[in-house]
Design a binder for this molecule. Structure first.
Ligand SMILES: Cc1cc2nc3c(=O)[nH]c(=O)nc-3n(C[C@H](O)[C@H](O)[C@H](O)COP(=O)(O)OP(=O)(O)OC[C@H]3O[C@@H](n4cnc5c(N)ncnc54)[C@H](O)[C@@H]3O)c2cc1C
Length: 265
């Protein structure tokens, strides 16, 4: 934020953008003329709808809930626990608190009830107390028809959303911002469109694989057994998942090889 202010960004907190046209945006009763308009307004982006870039209906939608608990973290790693039709994530967020997130297809399922599927986690939380309310949201896999139209560009969830299980939403949004800044410098939004497509491919594939594991207990068991027996392979797949450059992702032959190993596991 400090850096943004230093380079001349003006923040107008708590004001909604209520209208756009080809030359600017209307917010808080003031018209802001602009050369470029960036829609960073999340899933169901209004800028996207206005510029006719709207997402196609998401291919999958799940429900996520999160809550912070007062407990001394027992690990500095993020833990992902797979259960029937749901996953629980534990993220240490301080020296004496963790964040628990739940993802499932069931809009009625909440963390307390889901913990019945995760006795080890429930045991660790037994004497902890919740620090926050349980907040929920929809998480889905979907992308805008296009991320650029004239002088309008979309970034972050407005342009492409991955299911929360990938843990990549924020990382992708930051990558979009860097790529878009480079495109502005070149005065060529088309290059952003191309780069956006390239960095979206691997997360799209990985999300589909993870959602397949969510749906199939058979596949989930096979994949987890394979990775448990071959930590080096798990590290390689994780590195490919976190890679920022498209060329660092797994090649098609490697993906096929991985599929074969899963079947044999
Ligand atoms: C359950 C769940 C779990 C997740 N887990 C993870 C995770 O572990 N790791 C991870 O990296 N990501 C995770 N994500 C995804 C992550 O939250 C998003 O990818 C990220 O927040 C996208 O950022 P964004 O800025 O594009 O959109 P948003 O965070 O949605 O921000 C958009 C902003 O635009 C504002 N806005 C909208 N319309 C207007 C308007 N007209 N005028 C002014 N302001 C407006 C909104 O108020 C909002 O503040 C998860 C998401 C969910 C739902």
């Amino acid at each position: 934020m400090e850096r943004a202010c230093q380079v001349g960004v003006a923040f107008h907190w708590g004001i909604r953008v209520t209208g756009f046209d080809a030359r600017g945006a209307q917010a808080g009763g003031v018209y802001f003329p602009c050369r470029w308009l960036v829609g960073a307004d999340g899933q169901n982006s209004t800028v996207g709808k206005w510029a006719n870039l709207s997402s196609r209906p998401p291919r999958t939608a799940r429900f996520g809930f999160s809550r912070h608990y007062a407990v001394v973290p027992w690990t500095d790693l993020v833990e992902v626990h797979w259960g029937p039709g749901c996953q629980i994530f534990l993220t240490p967020t301080g020296s004496d608190e963790i964040c628990i997130a739940l993802l499932s297809h069931d809009p009625q399922l909440r963390i307390d009830r889901a913990l019945a599927h995760f006795p080890e986690v429930a045991e660790r939380l037994k004497s902890s107390r919740p620090l926050t309310a349980e907040l929920g949201g929809v998480t889905s896999l979907g992308r805008a028809r296009s991320v650029v139209s004239g002088h309008v560009a979309l970034v972050g969830d407005a342009s492409f959303t991955v299911d929360g299980i990938t843990g990549q939403g924020l990382s992708l949004a930051f990558q979009h911002a860097i790529l878009l800044a480079e495109a502005f410098a070149r005065e060529d939004l088309h290059s952003y469109e191309i780069a956006h497509g390239e960095i979206s491919r691997a997360p799209w594939r990985m999300t589909r694989l993870l959602l397949l594991m969510d749906r199939s207990a058979w596949l989930r068991r096979k994949v987890l057994r394979l990775f448990a027996g071959n930590p080096a392979l798990f590290s390689k797949v994780m590195s490919a998942h976190m890679a920022e450059a498209a060329q660092e992702s797994l090649k098609a032959t490697e993906v096929l090889g991985l599929g074969w190993q899963v079947l044999r596991a």
